[in-house]
Design a protein around this ligand. Structure first.
Ligand code: GDP
Ligand code: MG
Length: 200
């Protein structure tokens, strides 16, 4: 496949659901990683990108997914769906378990090509995001920030939020809403970024 050609998602398989660090996938296939606070809209975003209705389970009960899900795409690379962090109503012990699982994942991951960090556009970066970000930036992973639920903000507010993140953190930022009419175009844009990350 050529660089810049749009990636086609032909096949998606749930390759693994991992609860313990000893079960993390250790192979060399390229990995596209999705991370964000719980309830940020990560499952909705992944479903849109892979074009499946409810492959990544969406839920109205935040803090439920404490596993790492690996979706094998076209038998070539993985989408890695990391557990949502920062949800106030889980126990301290559970929150700690999630942080440790994420930390171990980033220490051990092989061939991480792109990290998509999802941020609620109404909230911007929160303390728990910064904590995760500090781990990621240390490793110089390639990153794309996705401001989710953009339908909840006025366009001018969205632009301000986007510019802030770009200026303050030097991040590449896109906005996304499951309710927007342009999300097919957004999907194409994201697939292009993923393709580039895999090809390079
Ligand atoms: N208004 C709005 N709601 C969204 C959007 N994306 C997700 N949601 C809602 O936010 C809640 C959490 O979504 P989910 O994808 O399960 O988030 P996750 O916990 O990060 O995986 C659900 O009720 C979704 O319907 C969006 O773009 N706009
Ligand atoms: Mg989810």
């Amino acid at each position: 496949m050529e660089l810049n050609e749009t990636l086609k998602i032909k096949e998606v398989q749930l390759a693994a659901t991992v609860f313990a660090r000893s079960n993390l996938i250790a192979d060399d296939l390229p990995k596209i990683i999705f991370i964000g606070r719980s309830n940020v809209g990560k499952s909705s975003f992944i479903n849109k990108i892979i074009n499946r209705k409810n492959f990544a389970k969406t839920s109205s009960t935040p803090g439920k997914t404490v596993s790492i899900n690996y979706y094998l795409i076209n038998r070539e690379f993985y989408f890695v769906d990391l557990p949502g962090y920062g949800y106030a109503r889980v126990s301290k012990k559970e929150a700690q378990r999630v942080r440790e699982l994420i930390a171990t994942f980033f220490e051990k991951v092989k061939n991480a090509r792109l990290i998509m960090m999802l941020i609620d556009s109404r909230r911007g970066f929160m303390a728990s995001d910064i904590e995760i970000l500090s781990r990621i930036l240390n490793k110089e992973f390639r990153m794309l920030t996705v401001l989710t639920k953009s339908d909840k903000l006025r366009n001018s507010e969205l632009v301000t939020q986007k510019n802030n993140l770009q200026k303050e953190y030097g991040l590449k930022v896109i906005t996304f809403s499951i309710k927007s009419k342009d999300n097919d175009e957004k999907r194409e844009e994201v697939l292009k970024q993923i393709n580039q990350a895999i090809m390079e």
